[in-house]
Design a protein around this ligand. Structure first.
Ligand SMILES: Cc1ncc(COP(=O)(O)O)c(C=O)c1O
Length: 289
């Protein structure tokens, strides 16, 4: 694997950054997780836009302009012969002193890892996930907006650990008011009586690119979509629940906090959405070759 760091490529063993990089010292930086399907990068421009928005919110100056970052991302895929892959873009605050202040970091570090995709186990899709709600609340938007895809994922990691302690495969995180926010690394949708519901981003969720695609697919399918507050109760009594994310794509949830969802197996609307999403990923994207 050849890894891009600040304009140069390194073999994995030599792909290293300073221990004084504030990305390591403070989680000061932003990232994107992107997928390639059949020699094409899915929703590349949307991911780049979110990366630059996250950086802007943190007053982090990305040393490449968006067009150069786009070209570098495609080049990293090409050099690694990516057909179906996972791309991790990182922009850290860069090397500085031990103090918190970003003023000591003259230049941000850009890293592009274009790797083979490690798929989720097949049975997650055929049988669905058992999910628990996490005791840890999703970071409040007034503290650090969950719209910023920052290198500090401790909030989500706490949720993940708590889910595992309950024997669940994924968690749903609530906001401080107890409304459903999102999964640890995915957005959530609920189907009830033929209508699809999802929490609005301002509740405290990342504006997922897969979420936006699913909203578009729902419109195409004539499925009513309502963005509104949801509680755990709404999840318990849902006909179907699914999660969306770049890595997971569309993944069914069949149990939440011990309550079976619907009849306890992936529902027809979820399966239809999985298929539609799958088809779209193969139909469009920025060409690598
Ligand atoms: C916290 C969080 N929510 C939601 C998502 C889903 O976003 P996307 O569909 O853009 O991958 C992710 C993954 O990036 C995430 O980390």
């Amino acid at each position: 694997m050849k890894i891009y760091i600040d304009g140069q490529y390194f073999e994995e063993a030599d792909a290293k950054i300073s221990v004084f990089d504030h990305g390591l010292l403070y989680g000061d930086g932003v990232f994107e997780g992107i997928r390639a399907y059949n020699h094409r990068i899915f929703k590349l421009d949307e991911h780049l836009e979110r990366l630059y928005d996250s950086a802007k919110a943190l007053m982090l100056k990305v040393p490449l302009d968006l067009a150069d970052m786009r070209a570098a991302t495609i080049d990293a895929c090409r050099r690694n012969n990516i057909k179906d892959g996972y791309i991790r873009l990182l922009v850290t605050r860069g090397k500085g002193s031990l103090g918190l202040s970003p003023d000591s970091c003259p230049r941000a570090t850009v890293i592009i890892i274009a790797a083979e995709i490690e798929l989720y186990p097949r049975e997650f899709y055929t049988k669905g996930l058992r999910v628990a709600t996490a005791p840890t609340r999703r970071t409040a938007p007034a503290a650090l907006s969950p719209s910023v895809k920052s290198l500090n994922y401790l909030n989500n990691i706490m949720g993940k650990i708590e889910g595992k302690l309950c024997g669940a495969q994924e968690v749903v995180m609530l906001n401080e008011q107890g409304y459903v926010a999102e999964g640890s690394g995915d957005n959530i949708f609920v189907l009830k009586k033929g209508k699809l519901y999802t929490p609005p981003i301002f509740v405290g969720a990342l504006g997922g690119i897969t979420r936006a695609v699913v909203i578009g697919l729902a419109a195409e399918a004539g499925l009513p979509l309502i963005e509104t507050h949801l509680t755990r109760y709404d999840l318990f009594v849902a006909d179907e629940v699914f999660l969306t994310g770049t890595g997971a794509e569309v993944i069914p949830v069949v149990e939440i906090d011990g309550r079976p969802i619907g009849n306890g197996s992936p529902g027809a609307v979820t399966r239809g959405m999985m298929d539609a999403y799958h088809k779209l990923t193969r139909a469009e994207g920025a060409p690598i070759l």
